[in-house]
Design a protein around this ligand. Structure first.
Ligand SMILES: [Zn+2]
Length: 640
C-alpha cells in the first residue's frame, strides 16, 4: 500500500469572494498535492469554507437574506474559483455540513465533560471582524491588535477552554518536533509572542449573536468560530468522538496544514491544544505561507487594488496565473502581483523561454525530419553536460518541492529550459542541416532537446497541469512520471509529432494593459459591490426630485414641530407634512419654491397624509434651512 499524504488548506471564510491572494493558498496546496501524487503517495487533499460567525450574520442582514442563503452563495462562488484554477481537492467541507455540526457539538460536550471547558464570565473588548476578545492590555491604541479596527466593550457569560493546562506540553512538543512549524522563522514568533508570556484561557463560546453552532447543552451559546473552523480538519475525514471512520484512522494526523501566516497562532497554539485535549495526535507540519501583495500594499477592497484569480485567468490563462503565483511567491517573505509583472513573467518565462524552446525544437523536427523524432546518433561532450543538467535539475526540483520551496523548484525547472535554449545556440542545428555529414549530429541534438522538453514538462505538471499535458502530447511522450526522470533518454524516437501550436504568444504590453483597463471597467461597473458609503448612479436615479411651489401652509394642531403644506408640482398637487415648524412661520413659506422627493411612499404623520419630503439643510446644530429654488423655475421641473 502507498504511503498516505493528508494535506489541507485553511477553510476560506465565506464572507466575500476571495481575491487572488487568498486563492494563492489553494493553488500552492494543489501544486504540493499533485507533486505528492506523482511521488506515489495516496494523497487526500481537503479544502472548504468557514461559514459561521457574527460577521457573516451581519453581512447577510445587510443583504436582507438568511445567513445560510448568504454562505450558500459565497461558498459556491469560492468552489467555482477553486475549480476554475484546476484545484484537485478530494474533499470540500463546509462548516454548515450536518456531520460537521454534529461533531463540533460532540467535541464541545466531550471537552466540557473532561473539564477542559468551563463556564465563566467574560468582560473585555470584542473585535467583530476577527471574532476575537481582547483585554485592555492587549489592545493597541485602543484598537484590535490583529486588524487595527475599533473594538466594542462586551460582557457576557461564556465558556472557556483551559489553554494554560497544556502550555508546557505544547512548548515541549514544538521544541521536540523541529519541523512542526514552517518556515522556521515563524516558530520563534509563536514561542516568544504567545507561549513564553503565558497562555490565557480561551473564550470559546459567544452569546452576542446566533449564527453559529449552538452548544448542545446550553443553546444560548454558539461555539466560537475558531473552534468550529479548526476541527474541520478532522470532521472532513470522518472524525467522531464516539466512533471515527476508517478513513479518519487512515488519514489522521495530517501531514501538512497550509495556512496564511496571519493565522499561525490559531494553528500552532489553539489547534494542537484542542487535539491534545481530544487525545489525538498532532498534525506533522504546519506551513504558514507569506502574503501576496498588490504591488507593495495589502490587497483591500477599500483601497481598490483587489485582483481576482478568475478575472486574471480570463485575461491571461489559468496555467499562466498558476505559474505566476507559484513562481513569484517567495518561501518566507511576501510576494507581489501587478499586471506589469504578470505580463513580463509571461513574456520572459512562458513565451521566450518555455514556449520558444518547444516551438523551435518541434519546428525543426517537422522541417528537418518530416516530424519524426530522430534517434541519437553522433554524440559530443556538450550532450553529456545537457543530460546531467536534466537529471540534476530533477533532483534539485524534487528536493525543493519536498521542502515546499515551490518558487525555487520552478526556478530550477526554468533554468533547465534556459540551458536547453542555450544548447540550441551552441549546436546550431540550422547549420548542421546544410551538410549531410553533420546529419548524425543533428539527430542527436534534436533528440536531446526533445528529451529535455520532456523533463521540463513532467516537472511542470504540478505547476501548470494543462500546459504541461499539452506539451507532453506535442512531443508524443509516453513517459510522464517522476520515475522516468531518473535517467535521460526515455523519450521514444521514431514517433511522428504534429505541427507545433504556439503555447504562449508574446504579449504586447501596452495593448494588454489597455485591454485590462477595459475589462476591469466593464466588470467593476456591474459586479463589484461598492464601499458601504457609496451608491451607484442607478441607485440615485431611483429618487425623483422635483420643484414644487408652496400654495398653502399651516401649523399642525397636534404637534409643535410640524407644518402641513399644500404644494403645486405643475401637473399635480400634493400635501406634505414637514418637521420645520421650529424654524419657519407658515406665512413665510407661501409662494416659495422648494425641492421635494416626489416618489416617496406616502405616510401618515400625526394623522395627516404626507406625500413627499421637502429638502432642507442642517445649517447648524439647532438650525434647519429649507432649500429654496429660484422663482423662475417652472413647477414640476425635474432635478438631476
Ligand atoms: Zn480585529
Amino acid at each position: 500500500m502507498n504511503k498516505k499524504f493528508y494535506i489541507t488548506t485553511a477553510i476560506t471564510y465565506a464572507s466575500r469572494k476571495p481575491h487572488v491572494g487568498n486563492t494563492y493558498e489553494i493553488i500552492f496546496s494543489d501544486a504540493i498535492a499533485r507533486f505528492k501524487r506523482m511521488q506515489g503517495y495516496d494523497v487526500h487533499f481537503c479544502t472548504g469554507t468557514d461559514e459561521h460567525g457574527q460577521k457573516i450574520e451581519e453581512l447577510a442582514k445587510k443583504e436582507g437574506i438568511e445567513p445560510k442563503k448568504y454562505v450558500d452563495m459565497i461558498s459556491s462562488q469560492i468552489k467555482e474559483i477553486w475549480d476554475k484554477m484546476n484545484a484537485s481537492y478530494d474533499t470540500f467541507i463546509r462548516t454548515t455540513d450536518k456531520h460537521h455540526i454534529d461533531v463540533v457539538q460532540k467535541i464541545f460536550k466531550k471537552l466540557y465533560d473532561n473539564g477542559d471547558i468551563y463556564l465563566s464570565k467574560y468582560e473585555g473588548w470584542y473585535c467583530i471582524p476577527c471574532e476575537s476578545f481582547w483585554t485592555d492590555t492587549q489592545l493597541v491604541d485602543g484598537k484590535c491588535p490583529d486588524c487595527h479596527r475599533k473594538v466594542n466593550k462586551t460582557k457576557e457569560d461564556a465558556y472557556f477552554f483551559r489553554m494554560s493546562k497544556y502550555q508546557g506540553k505544547l512548548m515541549k512538543y514544538i521544541r521536540d518536533n523541529i519541523d512542526f512549524i514552517m518556515p522556521k522563522s515563524r516558530e520563534n514568533e509563536i514561542i516568544n509572542n504567545f507561549l513564553k508570556p503565558g497562555l490565557q484561557d480561551l473564550c470559546i463560546s459567544r452569546k452576542s449573536f446566533k449564527w453559529g453552532i449552538p452548544v448542545s447543552f446550553d443553546p444560548d451559546h454558539v461555539v466560537y468560530v475558531w473552534l468550529d473552523a479548526l476541527v474541520n480538519y478532522i470532521t472532513a475525514i470522518g472524525y467522531d468522538p464516539d466512533r471515527s471512520s476508517d478513513k479518519f484512522q487512515n488519514l489522521w494526523p495530517a501531514d501538512l496544514h497550509v495556512i496564511g501566516k496571519d493565522i499561525l497562532r490559531f494553528h500552532t497554539v489553539y489547534w494542537p491544544i484542542i487535539l491534545m485535549a481530544l487525545d489525538l495526535p498532532l498534525p506533522k507540519q504546519i506551513f504558514g505561507h507569506p502574503w501576496l501583495l498588490a504591488g507593495t500594499s495589502k490587497m483591500s477592497k477599500s483601497v481598490g487594488n483587489v485582483m481576482y484569480a478568475d478575472d486574471l485567468s480570463e485575461l491571461f490563462s489559468v496555467d499562466a496565473i498558476r505559474f505566476y503565483l507559484l513562481s513569484s511567491m517567495p518561501y518566507s517573505h511576501d510576494g507581489s502581483i501587478t499586471y506589469d509583472t504578470i505580463i513580463s513573467t509571461w513574456n520572459s518565462e512562458l513565451a521566450n523561454t518555455l514556449g520558444n524552446l518547444v516551438k523551435r525544437t518541434c519546428d525543426m523536427i517537422c522541417k528537418y525530419f518530416d516530424g519524426v523524432i530522430p534517434e541519437v546518433d553522433v554524440e559530443t561532450e556538450l550532450d553529456d553536460e545537457l543530460k546531467s543538467f536534466c537529471v540534476s535539475s530533477f533532483k534539485k526540483y524534487e528536493k525543493l518541492m519536498n521542502e515546499y520551496k515551490v518558487s525555487d523548484a520552478i526556478f530550477a525547472v526554468m533554468s533547465l529550459a534556459r540551458r536547453a535554449n542555450k544548447y540550441i545556440d551552441e549546436t546550431t542545428p540550422w547549420i548542421l542541416i546544410k551538410d549531410t555529414k553533420d546529419h548524425g549530429r543533428l539527430k542527436t541534438v534534436l533528440y536531446n532537446l526533445m528529451e529535455s522538453i520532456r523533463f521540463i514538462s513532467v516537472m511542470l505538471k504540478p505547476i501548470m497541469p494543462q500546459a504541461a499535458e499539452d506539451i507532453l502530447k506535442q512531443i508524443c511522450s509516453d513517459y510522464n512520471s517522476f520515475d522516468s526522470l531518473k535517467q535521460f533518454g526515455k523519450l521514444k524516437s521514431g514517433v511522428k509529432i504534429e505541427k507545433p501550436q504556439i503555447l504562449f504568444n508574446r504579449i504586447d504590453e501596452a495593448k494588454k494593459l489597455k485591454e485590462i483597463e477595459q475589462f476591469n471597467h466593464d466588470n467593476n461597473a456591474e459586479l463589484e459591490s461598492l464601499p458601504e458609503n457609496l451608491i451607484t448612479i442607478n441607485d440615485f436615479s431611483k429618487v425623483s426630485l422635483k420643484v414644487f411651489e408652496v400654495l398653502e401652509c399651516e401649523k399642525l394642531k397636534k404637534s409643535k414641530k410640524l407644518l402641513k403644506l399644500y404644494l403645486d408640482g405643475g401637473n399635480k398637487q400634493i400635501q406634505v407634512v414637514s418637521g420645520i415648524a421650529n424654524w419657519y412661520e407658515p406665512e413665510a413659506l407661501i409662494g416659495k419654491k422648494v425641492i421635494v422627493v416626489a416618489n416617496l411612499k406616502p405616510a401618515k404623520i400625526c394623522g395627516e397624509e404626507s406625500q413627499g419630503m421637502i429638502l432642507a439643510a442642517d445649517a447648524s446644530e439647532d438650525d434647519v434651512r429649507v432649500i429654496f429654488v429660484d422663482s423662475s423655475v417652472p413647477n414640476g421641473s425635474e432635478i438631476h
